[in-house]
Design a binder for this molecule. Structure first.
Ligand code: FES
Ligand SMILES: [Fe+2]
Length: 274
């Protein structure tokens, strides 16, 4: 996919320098953002919600990824399902944004009616030759991993999500997220390019200055540090801290709670670190 980028974008990628921020155009240009939507959001596995967004059969909620609208819903048999929020007739949106409860999906435009599975069951006045079975709502590749719902808009979803599933399923299991309940929700709209949000999330250089609550559970050293710049006085407690951490990790693993760091972060489509 990256090979197919126009040269004006690939030259920005070539200008990247290790250990530095990306060239400014990768954050500011509209054509780069359009390419980002194709390269990442329409090709990779994206977490679109949690199972408890749709706790009961018939619950549905709408999630947008770029210009694509999806329905996350729970079937009568209790299983979740992800469908395109697009009627097979003239492409109208089937559900409005936000949560809803539905027993059938009825298109507001000309009333084509679909089962919750996406199967078209009623299309008035379409004639004898019309074949309803060819007009089901298009499904989307999805997976629930420990109660976190991932979808992939590609027709060829990256297979390396299997490792994410294998590693994270057992790590998430103790939290019982499938049975969690939502107590509070807030949408945060970041006024900036999505890559800045991800970068901020992936670095904790800012954490000790900005997240006092987080510093109750972690110490500065947990956020990453330069071993060379530790003074001898700081080095001893640091070594003690990491020895303790290593010992604890072994205990947790022995108790059946996988805790060692796992990374899948280069030369792969599905990036994760835990
Ligand atoms: S667009 Fe949905 S029924 Fe016509
Ligand atoms: Fe932060």
């Amino acid at each position: 996919m990256l090979n197919r980028l126009p040269s004006s974008i690939s030259s920005l990628l070539d200008a990247r320098a290790d250990g530095h921020g990306l060239p400014a155009g990768l954050y500011t240009r509209d054509d780069v953002f359009a390419a980002d939507l194709d390269v990442f959001f329409r090709s990779h596995w994206i977490q679109i919600g949690v199972e408890c967004d749709v706790p009961e059969p018939g619950d549905a909620t709408v999630i947008d990824i770029g210009s694509t609208s999806l329905i996350l819903r729970r079937d009568d048999d209790g299983q979740i399902r992800v469908l395109h929020n697009v009627c097979r007739h003239r492409g109208a949106r089937l559900l409005d944004p936000g949560p809803s409860i539905v027993s059938k999906l009825v298109c507001p435009y000309h009333q084509w009616t679909y089962e919750l599975t996406g199967e078209l069951i009623d299309a008035p006045h379409m004639g004898q030759d019309f074949r309803k079975e060819c007009r089901s709502i298009k499904p989307v590749a999805f997976k629930s991993i420990g109660g976190l719902v991932f979808a992939c808009l590609s027709d060829d979803p990256p297979a390396d999500v299997d490792r994410l599933e294998a590693v994270m399923s057992e790590r998430l299991a103790p939290y019982g997220l499938k049975d969690a309940k939502i107590a509070f929700e807030k949408d945060v709209i970041e006024d900036g390019n999505w890559k800045l949000t991800i970068e901020n999330n992936r670095e904790c250089y800012h954490c000790s200055a900005n997240h006092p609550e987080l510093c109750v559970s972690f110490i500065d050293l947990d956020f990453g540090f330069d071993p060379q710049s530790l003074t001898p006085e700081d080095r001893a407690p640091a070594e003690q801290h990491f020895a303790l951490y290593e010992a604890r990790t072994k205990t947790w693993e022995a108790d059946g709670f996988p805790s060692a760091t796992v990374e899948q972060i280069s030369n792969c489509a599905t990036n994760f670190r835990t």
